[in-house]
Design a protein around this ligand. Structure first.
Ligand SMILES: [Fe+2]
Ligand SMILES: [Fe+2]
Length: 345
């Protein structure tokens, strides 16, 4: 089993007969000087001076609109604030799971030459740095959540009680859609997509001066590393797409929007649990979720955040396939083309 694990590639088949792309510009020469694991202090959540409350707001309500819903607002301000703290816990837990289950395994395979592609030596060497960055992001997110819980005395649910974040169920569904011959490729695809998307959290929280400084600094550290990862995974796509066979492209292309949604769509099930926790009935919780995240608003937000990803896949030629193009259109990631207009973006 261990030998098999070590040899297993993300992409099946003989890497040596796949088309190779040799161009690669490393952004990691200065990793020692720039990475948060090397250069940034551990961010601590300081205990407030005696008697004062720990913080007023832990998460931007605009990024968690259920707290603005009248049925939640009616529960009082304290409940709304506690829900925002739960949302911060969810984000920190999500980060741990994303790094450990989605990004590190892929970066680690790349680093050991087991992606299924033949990649430039420097690109494999850089993947080690990404493994280290992501392990640090997981660790500091976990530590920080524990510190907040100790200071606020508002417990975070134990991981064993909360289930797994929604993106993992969505990844399983995506994998089930794929022919057996290309299973494994979804891991590479999801790493590319999630690492090149700009989530509202990474971009907005560092600038939000209503939040505790330590929360903003922690997310800022993460965002700075992710800027480099973004460029790296964009180049993974530039190496991957030409190396795929037409059949592989036709199989995985239509799943790209599912990968985008897996990462960006709200975790409705987790929110449902929180809403029951504040005393709403199941019907009320459903209502709050449906009215706080109208389908069209969610689709628009996702399309906006996914614009760079759509551009990279378009440039790679992924949308030349009619089924892939159709799946991007159906997901609202691109405007539907008039019949006969062709792909002209
Ligand atoms: Fe990260
Ligand atoms: Fe990353």
């Amino acid at each position: 089993m261990y030998q098999e694990m070590a040899r297993q590639t993300l992409l099946a088949g003989d890497a040596s007969i796949r088309q190779r792309t040799t161009a690669y510009a490393s952004r990691y020469e200065r990793w020692e000087d720039l990475s948060s694991v090397r250069r940034r202090p551990r961010r601590n959540f300081p205990a407030p001076p005696d008697g004062s409350p720990p913080a007023d707001l832990f998460f931007p309500p605009e990024l968690y609109p259920v707290v603005l819903h009248p049925l939640v607002a009616a529960k009082g301000e304290t409940v709304g604030k506690a829900l925002l703290l739960c949302r911060l816990y969810d984000y920190l837990d999500f980060t741990v799971d994303l790094e450990n289950h989605a990004v590190i395994p892929v970066a680690q395979k790349i680093s050991r030459g087991r992606s299924g592609l033949i990649l430039p030596e420097q690109m494999m060497a850089d993947a080690y740095k990404i493994v280290t960055d992501e392990a640090w992001h997981g660790q500091f997110s976990y530590d920080f959540a524990r510190q907040i819980a100790a200071t606020t005395l508002i417990p975070r649910a134990a991981a064993r009680d909360t289930g797994v974040p929604a993106f993992m169920q969505r990844l399983d569904d995506m994998r089930d859609q794929l022919p057996i011959s290309v299973r494994g490729l979804e891991a590479l695809l999801f790493a590319i997509v999630s690492e090149t998307l700009i989530s509202g959290i990474l971009s907005d929280i560092p600038r939000d001066d209503r939040l505790p400084d330590s929360v903003r600094e922690l997310v800022r550290d993460h965002a700075a590393d992710e800027g480099r990862h973004h460029i790296y995974f964009r180049s993974v796509l530039e190496h991957l797409w030409p190396a795929l066979t037409p059949e592989e492209r036709r199989a995985i292309g239509p799943q790209v929007p599912a990968a985008v949604y897996a990462f960006l769509e709200p975790d409705y099930a987790q929110t449902f649990r929180h809403l029951l926790g504040i005393g709403l009935t199941e019907a009320q919780a459903d209502q709050v979720i449906a009215e706080s995240w109208p389908r069209e608003t969610v689709r628009r937000g996702i399309a906006e955040a996914a614009a760079p990803v759509v551009r990279y896949f378009t440039n790679a030629g992924a949308l030349d396939d009619a089924r892939t193009l159709d799946s991007f259109e159906r997901a609202g990631l691109i405007a539907r083309q008039p019949i006969g207009a062709g792909a002209t973006w």
